[in-house]
Design a protein around this ligand. Structure first.
Ligand SMILES: Cc1ncc(COP(=O)(O)O)c(C=O)c1O
Length: 387
């Protein structure tokens, strides 16, 4: 939709604007100076922030990584944007798939590049959901399963967490029947942040995969202490019915750029390719190619996340509050007041954290973000709790 400027609109815009229009900018006031500074086609119209958070908001509610994108990604975005007149070349997608395949020791046919891992997980819910329930832990990143459920293409069978708020793998296994659509696990889990060791999750997933397809959402796995021992990718290489999803939104700090991928058998990959809907923009593919092997950035990114996470847990320790051991860029904790009350109190200080999940009323989730924003959270928490 274009903008239409009517005579009525022009004059109702205020005396200052009218005066400028009629007097030809002879007497520029500070208000008109500000208007002129924004220009005729401002990137961010007054009062609206189009990209990223407002400067005064500590955004700690969405598990983003503000230390990205890497300079190596930005450089590639710039050069690919210049070719934005053209649909993304298949060679670009294949190049990214080959980089990913090389690192994981699989073939490029086993990789599907998607527009964020959300697209992959949505596709998986649409593929397997119609067969029967998606069996999952009671708390997990359920957005894509709910998407399929809203389309009447899936139902979710939620299995209670253990007393320690961990996934109950034995319970999930016991719930699998011939009618099960798929199992969906999230390791490390969101919102709990708990990472299940490979020695526990791999044998359990192998057993489940004898009976049904198992999807393991590894959105945060690059943040854990020992990724190699924890990932379920080796199960795919053993030929098991397992699909792993990954993303560039977390460690690579590219949530708004939208790149994710799946690792599976080549046959399953073909099914996923046939179900995805978006055509990932050339700029996104380029960004991912640019930073995938940028170990200097990855190490920096991880160090900032760990620094921020330590600040949060030190504060929680000082206050004697309960929290789950996180290996991610967020911490799930009990403040002693309902999650929605804490969220409101933080919002009044321009600090954004998550509110209540389902019926988990005492549990709040705070993401790591910029160090200075996490500092604001750590200072505000004792004050708001009168601790
Ligand atoms: C566990 C988990 N999986 C997947 C996603 C989707 O991420 P994206 O679509 O940006 O890759 C998220 C988003 O926060 C998440 O928390």
């Amino acid at each position: 939709m274009g903008y239409r400027l009517t005579r009525r609109g022009l004059f109702s815009a205020g005396a200052g604007a009218a005066a400028v229009g009629l007097a030809g900018c002879a007497n520029t006031t500070s208000a008109t100076a500000a208007v002129e500074a924004r220009g005729a086609f401002p990137l961010e119209p007054e009062g609206k922030i189009l990209f990223g958070p407002p400067a005064d908001l500590a955004l700690l509610s969405r598990n983003e990584n503000p230390y990205g994108p890497a300079p190596s990604a930005l450089k590639m975005i710039q050069s690919s944007a210049e070719k934005g007149a053209y649909y993304t070349n298949d060679e670009a997608v294949q190049t990214l798939a080959s980089l990913i395949a090389d690192r994981h020791g699989v073939s490029p046919e086993q990789i599907v590049i998607t527009t964020g891992s959300g697209e992959a997980l949505s596709a998986l819910a649409l593929i397997y959901g119609p067969k029967g329930p998606i069996v999952a832990p009671r708390l997990f990143w359920d957005t894509t399963a709910l998407y399929a459920a809203k389309l009447n293409m899936a139902t979710i069978l939620r299995i209670p967490l253990t007393e320690d708020m961990d996934m109950d793998l034995a319970g999930i296994d016991a719930a699998i029947t011939p009618e099960t659509g798929m199992v969906q696990l999230c390791n490390p889990n969101n919102p709990t942040g708990i990472a299940m060791p490979g020695s526990v999750i791999r044998p359990a997933v192998a057993k489940m995969a004898e009976k049904t397809t198992v999807v393991v959402d590894e959105a945060y796995i690059e943040l854990v202490d020992d990724e190699a021992s924890m990932t379920c990718v080796p199960l795919i290489k053993e030929g098991r019915d397992v699909i792993v999803t990954r993303t560039f939104s977390k460690i690579y700090g590219m949530a708004g750029i939208r790149v994710g991928y799946t690792i599976s058998s080549a046959e399953t990959a073909e099914k996923i390719r046939n179900t995805t809907m978006a055509w990932t923009p050339c700029t996104s593919i380029a960004a991912a190619i640019g930073c995938y092997d940028d170990t200097a950035f990855i190490d920096y990114s991880k160090s900032k996340i760990v620094e921020a996470r330590d600040m949060i847990t030190t504060t929680l320790d000082t206050l004697g509050l309960t929290y789950l051991k996180s290996q991610t860029n967020f911490v799930y904790f009990q403040s002693g007041i309902p999650a929605n009350d804490l969220q409101k109190a933080m919002a009044a200080e321009k600090i954004s954290i998550r509110g209540q999940y389902m019926d988990y009323m005492p549990w709040s989730r705070v993401s790591t973000g910029k160090i200075e924003d996490v500092e604001r959270f750590c200072k505000a928490l004792p004050r708001l709790l009168n601790a």
